[in-house]
Design a protein around this ligand. Structure first.
Ligand code: NI
Length: 196
């Protein structure tokens, strides 16, 4: 089932999400709904708060990036099969130089800005079978993890922009909250007038 994606301005996107337990009701169904929702919106990542659930879960499928021929063959190969469910993740370390990448977000359609993040990330998480992993990623794989991890910490990529950039896009963000945006997947807008 495709779930509506929560738009910028909804308080659920600003909350620090809570850990989940194996007893979480209909968890498998929720995860499969998240995959369906992410693919329907052509996203490479989706975090549970973006579908209105403040729990520490996100999904990543970075395979669309694997087609980027500017990347090394090694990175293309890693990205091609980089499809994972992260449950109760915890970033242990971020390292390397900060680099800029033009990010977007399914909750903020039509806005893309350069965001600076460290190159490597070491993350501890549970997979969909509640098995624990500790892994280190670099490049775009790290980038997607850092962006999605921020969602469960209540942080959006727009929070990381300069004051000037924030002022420039403020009107656009307000319009998104009101539902005044072109978007080809289902969304839920916090400031939309009733009856829309
Ligand atoms: Ni996002």
């Amino acid at each position: 089932m495709i779930l509506p994606v929560v738009a910028y301005g909804d308080p659920v996107l600003k909350k620090i999400a809570k850990e989940v337990t194996v007893e979480y009701p209909d968890f498998d169904k929720f995860i499969s709904d998240m995959w369906e929702t992410m693919y329907n919106a052509q996203g490479v990542g989706l975090a549970a708060p973006q579908v209105g659930r403040s729990i520490r879960v996100f999904l990543v499928d970075a395979s669309p990036f694997a087609k980027d021929e500017d990347l090394s063959l090694e990175e293309q190969t890693i990205l091609k099969s980089f499809k994972k469910t992260f449950i109760n993740p915890n970033i242990i370390e971020e390292s390397g130089e900060e680099w800029g990448f033009n990010e977007g977000c399914l909750s903020i359609p039509d806005v893309r800005e350069d965001v600076y993040r460290k190159e490597f990330v070491t993350i501890e998480y549970y997979d969909e079978n509640f098995e624990k992993h500790i892994e280190t990623y670099g490049g775009l794989a790290a980038r997607v993890i850092q962006h999605e991890y921020d969602h469960i910490e209540g942080i959006l990529f727009t929070d990381k922009l300069s004051g000037l950039k924030k002022r420039i896009i403020k009107g656009k963000l307000t319009n998104i909250s009101k539902g005044k945006v072109n978007c080809d997947y289902r969304m839920r807008f916090p400031l939309a007038k009733k009856g829309r």
